[in-house]
Design a binder for this molecule. Structure first.
Ligand code: AMP
Length: 305
């Protein structure tokens, strides 16, 4: 079953423990569609400027990401600049230049309107809703957001939340959006605002899934080498939805496996700079890492004596 991804396609300037990396490939839709593509046919809706390099387009084509909905507009590609602390546990946004996204009106290609699985990657919530307006009746819509939109467009974000099934959000932003520090109460409040499922990403501590009375936790894989956590959240969301689409199911068991797949592909993402950790992964690599997760969390059930 196919997937539609909307979000930013970007140049990122990243400052981290390895130095400054100017204008590397990034964007929420870029990471999410690279992560979803190994699982299911994936189409991207977004915009880039005339400065966007042909080799980046070529990379996405090679990964068989449908680009009919990627507009090339006059102007400059979205640019985000961020700085990580040396331990990579936190980052600050230095600048967010919307550029061509400022006047963007997403157009979903006709053939994609009946797509069953939709990922509204981090971007202006109005753009996320404009994409939904053009779709027939998707089976599952998941969305991501971040502090930039929580602070800048709270009313639009509240409207968007009413129209989605799954919200994927990081821990700090869940607290910020709900106004609650306790993560269980924050998830309850976010579920009351619209999405029946809320997934809270906790960086190196994994992810929590809240759905009705269900609670599921998947750890993140402890890694020896982390180069660049940028895009890990979008990667998680892309692989999560990719798995769901490949099974064409949204039951509890499927969602639990999808969370582990999201975490497994995100672990590849953070091992390389920009998208380099994602470009060469094959289905078999993902399975190998999912097995590592199984072993990581296996709890024997010997009787107590
Ligand atoms: P993540 O690390 O998963 O939060 O995602 C990082 C990606 O989000 C980067 O590649 C940025 O280009 C992109 N990004 C950063 N800020 C924004 C924003 N305000 N809107 C859309 N995309 C953004």
């Amino acid at each position: 079953m196919s997937i539609l991804v909307v979000g930013s396609v970007a140049f990122d300037t990243i400052h981290n423990h390895l130095g400054t990396h100017p204008k590397v490939l990034g964007g929420s839709a870029t990471y999410a569609s690279l992560a979803a593509a190994p699982y299911a046919p994936t189409q991207l809706v977004g915009v880039v400027g005339r400065d966007f390099p042909e080799d980046a387009i070529e990379l996405m084509r090679r990964k068989r990401i449908g680009l009919d909905g990627l507009e090339v507009a006059d102007g400059k590609t979205f640019h985000w600049e961020g700085r990580y602390t040396d331990d990579l546990t936190s980052r600050v946004s230095i600048s967010t230049e919307l550029n061509v996204f400022a006047d963007f009106e997403p157009k979903v290609p006709k053939e994609a309107r009946s797509v069953p699985y939709v990922l509204l990657g981090n971007i202006h919530p109005t753009l996320q809703m404009q994409v939904l307006d053009q779709l027939d009746s998707p089976k599952l819509v998941i969305a991501d957001t971040m502090n930039f939109w929580i602070e800048g467009t709270p009313n639009e974000l509240a409207e968007m939340l009413k129209r989605i099934d799954v919200l994927v959000i990081n821990e700090d932003e869940a607290r910020q959006l709900s106004g609650l520090y306790n993560i269980v109460k924050a998830a309850e409040k976010l579920r009351a605002a619209g999405p029946s499922t809320v997934i809270i990403k906790r960086g190196e501590y994994g992810a929590l899934l809240f759905r009705a009375s269900e609670l599921f936790h998947a750890p993140a894989l402890p890694l020896r080498e982390v180069q660049d956590p940028t895009g890990a959240g979008d990667t998680f969301a892309g692989a999560f939805l990719g798995f769901v689409a490949s099974r064409d199911a949204t039951d509890e068991e499927t969602l639990r496996q999808a969370v582990v797949h999201g975490s497994a592909v995100a672990s590849y993402c953070v091992e390389g700079m920009s998208v380099s950790g994602l470009v060469d992964i094959k289905k078999q690599d993902i399975e190998t890492r999912v097995d590592l997760f199984r072993r990581l969390i296996h709890i024997p059930t010997n009787p107590v004596h």
